[in-house]
Unconditional design. Structure first.
Length: 95
């Protein structure tokens, strides 16, 4: 009787650990994939783009801001899934 209860608790605990590990791996894979996409897109030659009269391309800047904002969100999720407290996750992602 005691052995059966122990095995059931152990099975539940093992399932939780496997779920925790897969969540952590998926979040870090998202970071790696997004970093790869940024790296690949930065290696593509730039095509001529219409620039404003001052030569400042606002669309490119907004695009870069969005790319890196999504990367920061992925980093926060990955750190948090790894067990880092949320405030530290935010700090690490902004560094």
């Amino acid at each position: 009787m005691v052995i059966e209860i122990y095995l059931e608790i152990g099975a539940l605990d093992l399932g939780f650990n496997l779920q925790f590990m897969s969540k952590k791996i998926i979040n870090w894979l998202l970071v790696i994939i997004w970093l790869s996409l940024i790296f690949i897109s930065s290696s593509v030659p730039h095509y001529p783009v219409d620039l404003s009269p001052t030569g400042y391309n606002i669309i490119s800047d907004i695009f870069h801001l969005l790319l890196y904002a999504v990367l920061a969100v992925f980093f926060v999720r990955a750190y948090y899934a790894s067990g880092v407290p949320f405030k530290k996750s935010l700090l690490y992602a902004l560094l």
